[in-house]
Design a protein around this ligand. Structure first.
Ligand SMILES: [Zn+2]
Length: 123
């Protein structure tokens, strides 16, 4: 698996290490695009739309923001569950469910990026 190559979506050359990898979701190469650090900088000017803004999905920032989303969603769900149990308020159940769904989606995307690209490259 370590020898499998990840090609850059901008220049077409192989990306040799995870530190030189930027994964984003964008309109042109939907759903995921992989770039060299330098190619991403150039590509950024041309891109129409990216999931999560222009923030890369891979590496530590991707993991961190995914973790924050998941923790926030979990905290909100616990709070809403507690409110529902103690006061019977149902209005927040749907938002909590939607937020939970969004968090699960974010975690899924993060894992997908790892499986598709990062796992194949040396650190
Ligand atoms: Zn490139």
């Amino acid at each position: 698996m370590k020898n499998a190559k990840v090609a850059c979506d901008a220049c077409g050359k192989p990306i040799s290490s995870a530190t030189d990898l930027v994964v984003v979701s964008e309109f042109k190469h939907f759903p995921l695009a992989a770039y060299h650090n330098n190619c991403y900088a150039g590509q950024l000017k041309k891109s129409l739309w990216t999931y999560g803004g222009t923030k890369p999905l891979n590496g530590r920032p991707g993991t961190l923001s995914t973790g924050i989303t998941a923790v926030f969603a979990l905290g909100f769900a616990i709070l809403v569950g507690w409110l529902y149990k103690t006061t019977g308020i149902q209005a927040l159940l749907w938002p909590a469910l939607l937020l939970g769904g969004w968090a699960a989606f974010t975690v899924g995307v993060r894992y997908w990026v790892y499986k598709k690209y990062e796992q194949l490259l040396p650190k």
